[in-house]
Ligand binder design. Structure first.
Ligand SMILES: [Zn+2]
Length: 433
C-alpha cells in the first residue's frame, strides 16, 4: 500500500542525533542470501511449563501454546536436541512444504514494506506539522533508517520534552508484519481524530512515539521475491555463516540466560553480546535520550496475549506496588482486546527481551502484546489482509489507555483496586492492603 505522497515536502524532519534526515537510503548489501530453509514447524506434547521450557532451551522457537501441547520452529538440530531432552513430537512439517507458496505483494498488499512505511510516515508528518514529526532513531545492520513518528504539541523531532512519554514499537521480529500495521494505524488515527476532545487532550499533555518497524532489514528479506520466508531475526552475518540475531533476546537485562539460544543458527539466537545489534542499540539510545518515557508497548504476533515482566525469570517483579499496577493495566487491556493477560515467563522463561530491559534498567512500564490470530492454523504470522482493520480497531482503546496513564502508571493499581472494592465495604478493606 502506498499513500498519495506529499512526502517530498517534509521541511523539518530530524534524525535522532539532531541532524537533517538524508533524503535517500544507501544500502550496504542486498537483503538476500540465506541458504535453503530447512527449518521445521513442530508440534510436541507439552503438558506443563517444564516441557515448554525444555523445548525453548533446546533451541525451538515456541510460538503457540495450547492445552497439553506447544508448537514452534526448529532446525533439524534443535529438533534432535529437543528429542534428546525427552520431548515427544506430535507432528512436524517442513516450512517449505507447508508455507512455500504464500505471497506478500499480491493478496497482502495492504501491508507496508519498508519504503511504503517510510512514505506513510512522511505523509503523516507532513499532514499535521504542528503536532507530528519524523525521526530516524539510527540505522539497521544494512543501513536502513529506523523511523519513528512523534506526536505531541509544542515539541518536534529530537527536542526534549518534560511531558510524560509513551513509545509503541513494532516488528522486532521480521515475519510479524501485523505488528507494523497496528502502531502505524494508531498513529494515523490520533492525527485524523485530533479534534476529538480526549485525543486532543492527550496530544497536548503527552509525548507519544511510534516506531513501527524496528527490524527493517528482516522485513524486507521476509517478503523478498513475493514469497514469505518465515524470517524472525535481523540480517546480521554471524561468525558461523548463518544469518541473524533475535533482537528480542539481545537486550541487556538478563542477557545470556535461559531461553535464548547461544547457537547462531537458531531462531532465538541472542547474539554475541548484549546490544550487539544496531537495531537494539538504536532502541536503547532512543530510550536513554528520553528520560520522560514512562510507558512502552512492544507489538508482536501471534497468540492474543498481554504480557508483562519478567520474561527472563519465574519471579514476580519485586516492587509490589509496581506489580499491582502492571497487573491492573494488563487486566484492563485484556478486557479491551479479548486477549489473555499474564506474566511473560508464564509461557516459558526467555531472557534478553525489550520489556525486561525497559522495566529493569529504566523503570518504564513495558508490555508485550502478541496480536492476532490465536493459532498458526488461523494464519499464524500471515493472517492476511482481512484482519488488519479489525486488529487495529481492537487495539485503539488499550493504546489510548496507556497514553493516558503515562502521567502516573501507578494509577492503574488504584483504579483496579477500586473496581474490586466496589461490591462491599469488606471487599474494599481487603483490596486496600
Ligand atoms: Zn515476536
Amino acid at each position: 500500500m502506498l499513500l498519495a505522497a506529499n512526502a517530498a515536502a517534509l521541511p523539518d524532519s530530524f534524525d535522532g542525533r539532531g541532524g537533517e534526515v538524508p533524503p535517500a537510503v544507501t544500502l550496504k548489501a542486498p537483503a538476500s542470501a540465506i541458504a535453503e530453509d530447512i527449518r521445521l514447524w513442530v508440534e510436541f506434547e507439552a503438558p506443563d511449563k517444564a516441557a515448554r521450557q525444555a523445548a525453548v532451551d533446546a533451541g525451538v522457537s515456541v510460538e503457540e501454546i495450547k492445552p497439553g501441547a506447544a508448537a514452534g520452529f526448529a532446525s533439524p538440530e534443535a529438533l534432535e536436541r529437543a528429542k534428546d531432552a525427552g520431548l515427544k513430537v506430535k507432528t512436524k512439517v517442513s516450512l517449505r512444504a507447508r508455507f512455500g507458496s504464500l505471497d506478500f505483494p499480491e493478496k497482502d498488499a495492504v501491508y507496508h514494506n519498508y519504503k511504503e512505511l517510510e512514505s506513510a510516515l512522511r505523509s503523516l508528518a507532513a499532514s499535521a506539522p504542528d503536532l507530528a514529526s519524523m525521526i530516524s532513531i539510527g540505522k539497521s545492520t544494512q543501513g536502513r533508517d529506523i523511523w519513528a513518528v512523534r506526536l505531541t504539541k509544542g515539541a518536534r523531532g529530537p527536542q526534549r520534552s518534560d511531558k510524560p512519554g509513551v513509545v509503541f514499537l513494532g516488528t522486532h521480529h521480521a515475519r510479524e508484519h501485523l505488528s507494523t500495521e497496528v502502531p502505524l494505524l494508531i498513529a494515523r488515527h490520533l492525527v485524523e481524530q485530533r479534534a476529538d476532545a480526549e485525543i486532543a487532550r492527550l496530544l497536548e499533555t503527552r509525548d507519544i512515539y511510534f516506531i513501527p518497524m524496528v527490524n527493517p532489514d528482516g522485513v524486507e528479506y521476509d517478503i523478498e521475491g513475493g514469497k514469505y520466508h518465515m524470517h524472525r531475526k535481523n540480517m546480521s552475518k554471524n561468525a558461523d555463516g548463518s544469518t541473524g540475531v533475535d533482537l528480542n533476546r539481545n537486550y541487556a537485562w538478563g542477557w545470556g540466560g535461559q531461553g535464548a539460544s547461544s547457537r547462531p543458527g537458531d531462531d532465538t539466537y541472542r547474539g554475541p553480546s548484549a546490544f550487539s545489534e544496531p537495531e537494539s542499540r538504536a532502541v536503547k539510545a532512543f530510550v536513554e535520550a528520553r528520560p520522560n518515557l514512562k510507558v512502552m508497548l512492544s507489538y508482536h504476533t501471534f497468540s492474543e496475549l498481554v504480557l508483562y515482566p519478567w520474561g527472563g525469570s519465574d519471579d514476580a517483579i519485586p516492587d509490589a506496588k509496581a506489580l499491582a499496577a502492571f497487573k491492573g493495566m494488563a487486566g484492563e487491556m485484556a478486557k479491551m482486546t479479548g486477549y489473555t493477560p499474564m506474566q511473560s515467563s508464564d509461557l516459558y522463561v526467555a531472557t534478553g527481551d525489550t520489556c525486561d530491559w525497559a522495566w529493569g534498567a529504566k523503570g518504564i512500564f513495558a508490555f508485550t502484546f502478541e496480536l492476532t490470530p490465536k493459532s498458526m492454523w488461523d494464519g499464524g504470522f500471515y493472517p492476511g489482509a482481512g484482519v488488519v482493520q479489525r486488529v487495529f480497531q481492537a487495539n485503539i482503546r488499550p493504546a489510548l489507555y496507556l497514553v493516558d496513564l503515562a502521567d502516573d502508571p501507578y494509577r492503574a493499581a488504584k483504579e483496579a483496586a477500586a473496581v474490586v472494592a466496589a461490591p462491599s465495604e469488606t471487599a474494599k478493606g481487603a483490596a486496600a492492603q
